[in-house]
Design a protein around this ligand. Sequence first.
Ligand code: HEC
Length: 246
Amino acid sequence: MKFTHESIEINAGLMIVLTLLAISIGGLVEIVPLYYINDTVEKVEGVRPYTPLEQRGRDIYIREGCYTCHSQMVRPFRDEDMRYGHYSLAAESKYDHPFQWGSKRTGPDLARVGGKYSNTWHVQHLNSPRDVVPESIMPNYPWLLKNDLDYSDIAARMRALRIVGVPYSDTDEEYQANVEKFGAEMAAQFDIHQADRNLVAQAEKGNFDGDRSRLTEMDALVAYLQVLGTMVDFSKYDEGYFTEFR
Ligand code: HEC
């Protein structure tokens, strides 16, 4: 008898054995890499959770659907490196829930936009992109300057992120662990119990929307944009595998 695919299809026993074999191989290919995930995330300094204000800005970024036109992952290709800067590291999005890597680039990648423009530029650009980039097709977001920032639920948002692994501190032990890991100033920012106060203080100090008398959604969004891609100081890593493209 010639052995064809039909011989498998009409033999239930053989079909079951081969199906199990195919599933086992597929399963191994998917599951084994998960055991090595910690080796894949590079050991770099500087990556930290977002402050309450930045986190609130990130929520607004997601609410407004900015990710439908902007990715946040610089691919490891020479042209990307030259345009956007160092390619993104896995470690840089380890506190991102959900991550914003994306694959849609109607506009440029934003993974390293922090520090590229002034706060004033961002405010003008978000309010009315064509005021600063005449050929832009990005929509206007005028309400960001008009809406007061609602941060009443920031502690709850941080608690939710803590459940999925972001080291915001809820207890004294967690706070102390953060002091050791991120330093005293940052540890205070990650303390859920001080979230409201920290959020307001950072917005007042940073004056992101250019109007100190009010706390707007623009403050939070610009604070978020300005931190993107700035946590790792790549000048410290000019030897070794991070710079293979340079
Ligand atoms: C319809 C697609 C679209 C959406 C939605 C969109 N953008 Fe853009 N964005 C663009 C395009 C196109 C550009 C390039 C032209 C320009 O600078 O305006 C751009 C540029 C930018 C830049 C400047 C990047 C650089 O490196 O020069 C920033 C920052 C930015 N967008 C932020 C945002 C934010 C924040 C949101 C959500 C509130 C958003 N965009 C929503 C299309 C979009």
